[in-house]
Design a binder for this molecule. Sequence first.
Ligand SMILES: [Mn+2]
Length: 181
Amino acid sequence: MGLVMTAGLLNAAFAIPMRYNRPTGPWTTPFSASSRPIMLAGTRPTRWAAKRQEYYVLIENIDSEENPKCYLTSVAEDFEIVSEVNHPQVKSLVDFYHEQIAEGNLIEKLERNISKVGLVHIADVPSRHEPGTGEINYPNIYQKLADLNYTQYVAMEFLPIGDPVATLRAARETAIRAVQR
Ligand SMILES: [Mn+2]
């Protein structure tokens, strides 16, 4: 069964099918030139399904250190693709953890592209643990999302150091406090 149909049956809010690997071999340089048309073509059936079933198809950035084979390692390019697809239910999934490793400059990219963001993934760098354990200033990011009137979900996608439930609860409360200050 296809991902889109499965998501529909589960009444899911999102489907995230866009993890294309780079083609391999000496003929693939620069890889962006050959991979992007494949990714654009791949959105066609999912665009149709998203329209019918009213959920978002999301394109997520990964970083090349964690997954050297992954094609899309830049949020800037993620936004370009979403602009090119130009469908209200095809959006970017901005993974701050991967982008901090790949290219950084997280807040400015949000300011310029907030309308294209369908979901955000939260974890700190290094080691993908909960916010506050590393170098990303998540209170400032939460505040920026609120200032930009972001109304989609904020998804905690980290590896908790301590008790998972207590850590998740604390991360949620930190986010709420940040947008209330
Ligand atoms: Mn992610």
